[in-house]
Design a protein around this ligand. Structure first.
Ligand code: SF4
Length: 373
């Protein structure tokens, strides 16, 4: 049975939820790694392993959603709540350019005081000041939230943001695409169907997107596999030639200090071998998503290196300043040199890339100098 499933996967025939669950539960890890590595070579041949430099800036930490796994969010009026100022963006972007990055990952909370005009103005201002800057910003829950607030469609919200400078949409807020799970860990956030609907619209607009999974809390193995199949089904709907999901990134729940752990007693089920298994199964199930990224910032160097032998072809960004995951206990840090050394030590060739997984080319001209601030 296992050999039949390996052959099926290697022939790029999609596996069913039941088949994926059987593989997850029953296959020896070295066999999963072998099959996933072969599939990686089919999708991304060669020894290149991707990495990038970008900077995570949080627009605001005020969020009405109050997900039980999140230590980052604050209620409106909290002493340490903030909305990032123009001066702060200037300082952070200038720092990023100095070390060679050109992309902001703009994330943050769903702040009831911020409407679509705030984001439109912010994106336009940043693009005017820094024409070569790339904005990988927001995520499906924010799009759902803004559409509700503006009484607009997802497509209208996405189009306005793209017209204002949005370059790509992160797959943030996917957690597990099961409403049973979401009702417990993030009840105020977009439903699974809404998350997928936003991505469907983004794919129609040819906006590059990524897909993610935060696992290891209250979900079942079957729900993880169903999550992968939902992503695969959506990817198969994207218009031919459009970007769709460029990559898939699984990361484990970081439980330190979260309400999910403190109040509900849910501890992260993360283990290194478990992550390797998750990466390999992702590569095997997602026959139509080219890139699989190991979240080296959450799992660390050793498991990150092994992931490259389990189907991953990328280790993500050095991510200057990361607050959401680190607020819940992740403490791995790499500079550009260390990131490349990790890849080499794993037996691969570091290939710096951009958000579209194309070879990184430095901006043709330096960023526009700022006036004031
Ligand atoms: S995970 Fe995101 S949506 Fe949930 S509370 Fe934190 S900032 Fe808000």
């Amino acid at each position: 049975m296992l050999n039949q499933l390996y052959d099926k996967a290697l022939s790029l025939v999609p596996l069913s939820v039941e088949e994926g669950e059987f593989l997850y539960d029953s296959a020896p890890i070295e066999e999963l790694m072998f099959v996933a590595s072969r599939l990686r070579q089919i999708h991304v041949p060669g020894k290149n392993a991707g990495w990038m430099i970008d900077r995570n800036v949080n627009i605001t930490n005020i969020c009405f959603s109050q997900c039980s796994f999140c230590n980052f969010c604050r209620k409106k009026g909290s002493e340490d709540s903030y909305v990032t100022t123009s001066e702060d963006y200037t300082k952070k972007i200038d720092e990023m350019y100095r070390i060679g990055g050109d992309q902001l990952l703009l994330q943050g909370g769903m702040n009831p005081d911020l409407d679509i005009n705030f984001y439109v103005d912010l994106f336009k201002e940043l693009k005017n000041r820094y024409p070569s800057l790339k904005l990988h910003a927001l995520g499906p829950p924010e799009i759902v939230y803004l559409a509700r607030k503006e009484n607009s469609t997802f497509r209208e919200v996405l189009s306005r943001l793209v017209d204002s400078g949005l370059d790509s949409l992160p797959g943030a807020g996917a957690e597990i695409l099961s409403d049973r799970v979401r009702r417990i860990v993030s009840p105020a956030k977009a439903t699974a169907e809404e998350w997928l609907d936003v991505m469907r619209e983004a794919h129609k607009l040819n906006l590059p997107t990524s897909a993610t999974m935060m696992y290891g809390h209250i979900e079942t193995i079957r729900e993880r596999i169903e999550h992968l199949v939902k992503l695969r089904n959506l990817q198969s709907e994207k218009p031919a030639g459009n970007h769709g999901f460029i990559t898939f990134i699984p990361w484990p729940f970081q439980d330190e200090g979260t309400r999910l752990r403190e109040e509900k007693g849910v501890k992260s089920s993360y283990s290194g071998p478990g992550y390797i298994r998750m990466v390999a199964i992702s590569r095997i199930m997602l026959d139509n998503i080219k890139n699989i990224q190991a979240s080296i910032l959450t799992v660390g160097k050793d498991i990150g290196m092994l992931s490259l032998h389990a189907g991953a072809n990328d280790v993500g960004s050095i991510m200057i300043e990361e607050n959401v995951v680190s607020a819940a206990g992740a403490s791995n840090r790499f500079n550009a040199k260390e990131m490349q050394e990790v890849i080499k030590e794993a037996g691969f060739v570091p290939g710096r890339r951009n958000q579209k997984y194309e070879t990184f080319l430095p901006p043709a001209r330096p960023p526009t100098p700022l006036k004031g601030g």
